[in-house]
Design a protein around this ligand. Structure first.
Ligand code: TYD
Length: 201
């Protein structure tokens, strides 16, 4: 038996983090052991890389390489061991974020990202990816409540538009594992619409 690997994605301010706790509790109620983690990060080294990635200006290829370096560590130390022990893993972002942000947002060639993906994770893909989708104006409105903004959150609307478009294109390309969640809806409406994906016996 192996656990399931679930990833949460969306542009900054799409509200994905709000649903994390709910999802973890729901899966626990369904009788699963659950591990919640995040990218970049999830390991001591990965969290150090996160700190640099979110705050230190760098070449876009350095950014992509560090995202995947953190991911390699995350897979090795956290994700793969948990799945092997039948633990369900929920990760706040994973490789789709690299395609959306470094690919869509920054304009890094998809072939380079695909090469890193193959290198770091082989054929491993999430079992389910929830894409929390909102128009860029809505996400920016939500971000304006934050006291401090990281290097990504400081980007302009056109950057987030490209990130969102890339996410939506990936959802279309991989319909088997993606579910698009309309994140302009109320919290309870969203949770009601997700319940059937995680039945409690
Ligand atoms: P985020 O997950 O939004 O955390 P918080 O809710 O604490 O702000 O922040 C992580 C940022 O990293 C986000 O702006 C997207 C970016 N990111 C990438 O650019 N590429 C990646 O591969 C990953 C995992 C994240």
């Amino acid at each position: 038996m192996t656990g399931k690997f679930i990833t949460l994605e969306g542009i900054d301010g799409a509200g994905k983090s709000t649903h994390l706790d709910w999802l973890a509790k729901r899966l626990e109620q369904a009788g699963h052991q659950v591990l919640v983690t995040r990218e970049p990060g999830g390991t001591p080294l990965g969290e150090k890389l996160r700190e640099m990635l979110l705050n230190h200006p760098m070449h876009l290829e350095t950014e992509a390489l560090l995202m995947f370096a953190a991911r390699r560590e995350h897979l090795d130390k956290v994700i793969l061991p948990a799945l092997a022990q039948d633990v369900w893993v929920i990760s706040d972002r994973f490789t789709d974020a690299s395609f959306a942000y470094q690919g869509g947002g920054r304009g890094l060639a998809v072939e380079k990202l695909e090469a890193l993906e193959e290198w770091v994770q082989g054929s491993l893909q999430p079992d389910l990816t929830l894409l929390f989708d909102v128009p860029v104006e809505v996400s920016r409105q939500r971000l304006s409540n934050n006291a401090t903004l990281d290097r990504f959150e400081q980007e302009q609307s056109d950057f987030f538009q490209r990130v969102r478009d890339q996410y939506l294109q990936r959802a279309e390309r991989f319909p088997g594992r993606f579910r698009i969640v309309d994140s302009t809806k109320r919290l309870d409406e969203i949770q009601n619409s997700l319940q059937h994906l995680f039945p409690i016996n």
